[in-house]
Design a protein around this ligand. Structure first.
Ligand code: SF4
Length: 388
């Protein structure tokens, strides 16, 4: 199994982040002749890296700047062919420097955490396109390598372990095997983590429910026997026919229970949309749930009285628009964040935390920045060719 990591200063936390991505890209980078890439400086115009046979070229990306990630991947697959090709791209969220922007590859696997996509956007780097050849690993002690590999595989395949192929919980249900487990011990974030149990409603978000109702495939990363990814297809409702991979545990609680939402179809749709926009669905769910709580407690000027769930939360199409809006309006959003959120966490002390009054004022600003975009039918340009 080959995963690879993106290591950079985090636009989200101000500290160092390392975010890890599955799929085949890490292996293909090696087969194209590189163990890793170091990126310095920035371009004035949109560019992408093309990597093949030990060479790296910087090429013009103005044709794909502004595209969603799914269309960007399709564009490069049409240009270079699908065979042995990996496309790792940022979306509109990264281009507009959203602090929780991601990189996503052709298998919808992401450098999801820490806002690494915004670093790509700051460098005007839209994509890293890798066409794998046959370059093998450098000279290594192959006997030692085989021994270590065998030991690792024996541990992974051991039936006692959660990773055991087709028997362990991780392999059968994916990471979302944790939904029922955390709910049952009172460790599940609910309504912006004000509560820790979602009761019976957690079942509808769980890996068990996904397996029994919408699972259509078990794709895996390169050479991994676990196959924890769970490809799903929405069977009914406005997004019927949408196939996506995969409903992981953390986005499921963040956009699900943490937003008081037990509709697995809407969670799947929002994750898919985040993968197209290039934004972290976990962070998005946390931002939306914070907004929801602030609104409920009267800190927002959203129509309605304090304590009334705002109209924006009565239909999931609104949060879907909010997701697009927060990708597109991130510059504006950033200016209107509470100043405490700009403070490195290491310097946080109890007395630095925003007072309820400050939080309310910030929430009002955030609300006024977001509302026009939420109310408008915001779309990315060009729109995704996937079912919407
Ligand atoms: S399939 Fe799951 S366990 Fe295997 S490498 Fe990918 S993310 Fe990890």
């Amino acid at each position: 199994m080959v995963r690879w990591a993106c290591i950079t200063k985090s636009p989200l936390t101000g500290t160092v982040t390392d975010s890890h991505q599955g799929g085949r890209t890490g292996a293909r980078l090696r087969w194209a002749g590189f163990d890793g890439i170091v990126l310095r400086g920035r371009s004035e115009t949109p560019v992408y890296l093309f990597i093949e046979d030990g060479r790296i070229e910087i090429r013009d990306a103005s044709d794909v700047w502004g595209m969603g990630i799914h269309d960007t991947v399709a564009f490069f697959q049409a240009r270079y062919g699908k065979k042995n090709l990996s496309v790792n791209a940022i979306g509109p969220a990264g281009e507009t420097l959203c602090r929780y922007a991601t990189w996503v590859n052709e298998d919808d696997r992401a450098f999801g955490r820490g806002g690494t996509g915004a670093v790509g956007g700051a460098k005007k780097l839209k994509a890293i396109v890798i066409r794998a050849g046959i370059q093998k690993s450098r000279d290594v002690d192959r006997d030692a390598w085989k021994r270590v590999r065998r030991e690792a595989l024996d541990t992974i395949r051991d039936e006692k372990h959660i990773t055991s192929p087709r028997k362990g919980g991780l392999s059968v249900y994916g990471t979302n095997v944790l939904m029922n487990a955390t709910n049952s011990i009172g460790a599940l974030g609910v309504r912006n983590s004000q509560f820790t149990s979602f009761g019976d409603r957690a079942e509808a978000l769980s890996g068990v429910y996904v397996k029994d109702n919408i699972l259509v495939g078990d794709p895996t990363c390169h050479a991994c026997p676990v196959a924890c990814k769970k490809e799903v297809e929405i069977k009914s409702g406005p997004w019927a026919g949408l196939r996506m991979e995969s409903v992981e545990y953390e986005p499921a609680w963040s956009l699900g229970s943490n937003c008081d939402n037990d509709d697995i179809n809407s969670v799947a749709k929002m994750i898919d949309q985040c993968n197209d926009l290039g934004m972290d669905p976990i962070e998005l769910g946390n931002a939306l749930s914070m907004y929801m709580e602030a609104t409920e407690k009267g800190g927002s000027t959203e129509r309605g009285s304090p304590g009334v769930i705002p109209r924006a939360w009565s239909r999931w199409s609104r949060p879907l628009r909010a997701a697009k809006a927060s990708a597109i309006c991130s510059r504006k959003d950033r200016r209107s964040r509470p100043s405490a959120l700009d403070t490195p966490k290491s310097r946080w002390r109890a007395r630095d935390r925003p007072s309820p009054l400050t939080t309310r004022a910030a929430s009002r600003e955030w609300d006024s920045a977001m509302r026009p975009a939420i109310e408008a039918d915001v779309t990315c340009a060009p729109t995704s060719r996937r079912p919407s």
